[in-house]
Ligand binder design. Structure first.
Ligand code: PLP
Length: 392
């Protein structure tokens, strides 16, 4: 392993990074420049759905790189048209626009809804979003997010995102007005600490938006592509949105995201939407490989088996150490710690070769590779058990 012999401070400090440089990844394991190995239950924040450097992605990248990397979004290319077909037929929504990040896909969803509101709802442009929701870090998606402490950042915000409470229909109804065009939410609020919207709530929102002639937008950047044990998170509730956004898992680690919408809603005209890298052949070839792999019934069956093993293990730890709730779906699971020890626990876990995430001070979130093995889950649980004993 080549040691890193230059300073690490030329990168902008956008987060407090530990003093480690990762140089290699393989499945559920990362290796740093000192040769230390880490069992990774973060996976780039639920991004590497097939783990680190999986063979299918390496093969898709190398064969596509040798064939065609990029032509221009002004021309069709084979992988992007194929991936669009695969997403359209699996989601039941007919049209796809590829983006490079979840925030960009959500920005596109906001633009599409506003354009539709201009055409069909007398200029309605407001989108009801939710407290604690997270939709990205562009100005509009930060404005749409309900992350605590963001309300004062980068003022003035993009207007038009009144906030309701998750799973509280009355709070949504209280915000209805002629200038509201859509409701936008995550089926499970991931960054908020894995807080699921109930199936009943999602079904009520679908009914309400139909009744009011409004759009329903589901941000499945975190919950999409097998993460919850179904290909799309919306399959749990049976609520198909008008607009769906995908990111993270769709690229399995490369920058790829998608804005997906029903034909009836697709009102973009040439010039409204675009971007240099949108539908890039190299990235969409990876998307095809990911979707072919994750979409296989046997793959999703295994995600659900792994989920059951993880849940059972975390529930046992919760009982043993007197902790709180275990919640979530598939391989997006949270454990409530009951005390604000998340950050300290994550740091100690890392020192012991285990990568965990604490999205809230008293919450751990587990986002392993979707093909994590039972042995790896067991190893993580044993490590966590030891840590929890010491954090009494
Ligand atoms: N939407 C949701 C639900 C997310 O979890 C995230 C990222 O965590 C985003 C949007 C933003 O995606 P990106 O970081 O790719 O812009």
């Amino acid at each position: 392993m080549k040691p890193v012999d230059y300073p690490l401070n030329a990168l902008m400090q956008i987060t407090n990074r530990p003093d480690l440089v990762f140089v290699k990844g393989e499945g559920s394991w990362l290796t740093d420049s000192e040769g230390r190995r880490y069992l990774d239950f973060i996976q780039g924040w639920a991004v590497n759905c097939l783990g680190h450097s999986p063979r299918v992605i390496v093969d898709a990248l190398t064969s596509q790189a040798a064939t065609l990397i990029n032509c221009s979004p002004a021309f069709y290319n084979e992988p992007s048209t194929r991936l669009a077909q695969m997403i359209a037929s699996s989601s039941g929504l007919e049209k796809v626009f590829f983006a490079n990040s979840g925030a960009e896909a959500n920005e596109g969803a906001i633009k599409l809804a506003r354009k539709w509101g201009g055409l069909h709802r007398k200029g309605a442009y407001k989108i009801i979003t939710f407290d604690h929701g997270f939709h990205g870090r562009t100005l509009a998606t930060m404005s749409a997010s309900g992350k605590p402490n963001w309300d004062k950042l980068f003022e003035p915000k993009v207007p038009g995102f009144p906030k309701a409470e998750l799973n509280d229909l009355a709070s949504v109804k209280a915000l209805l007005a002629d200038d509201v065009v859509a409701i936008m939410l995550e089926p499970i609020q991931g960054e908020a600490g894995v807080l699921p919207a109930s199936n009943e709530f999602l079904q009520a929102l679908r009914e309400l938006t139909r009744e009011q002639g409004m759009l329903l937008i589901l941000d499945e950047v975190q919950t999409g592509i097998g993460r919850t044990g179904k290909l799309y998170g919306f399959e749990h509730s049976g609520v198909r949105p008008d607009i769906l956004t995908l990111g993270k898992g769709i690229g399995g680690g490369v920058p790829l995201a998608a804005l997906v919408a029903s034909e009836a809603v697709c009102c973009f005209e040439p010039g409204d939407q675009g971007g240099t890298y949108n539908g890039n052949a190299l990235m969409t070839a990876v998307g095809c490989a990911v979707l072919e792999t994750v979409g296989a019934p046997a793959f999703l069956r295994r995600v659900n088996e792994a989920s059951a093993v993880l849940r059972a293990g975390l529930t046992a730890l919760s009982e043993k150490h007197g902790l709180g709730e275990v919640r979530g779906a598939g391989l997006l699971i949270a454990l409530e710690l009951g005390r604000d020890i998340g950050a300290a626990l994550v740091e100690q876990a890392r020192a012991e070769g285990l990568l965990l995430n604490s999205p809230r001070p008293a919450t751990l979130r587990f986002m392993s590779a979707l093909d994590v093995s039972d042995a790896e889950i067991k190893q993580m649980l044993e490590g966590l058990d030891g840590l929890l004993a010491r954090f009494k």
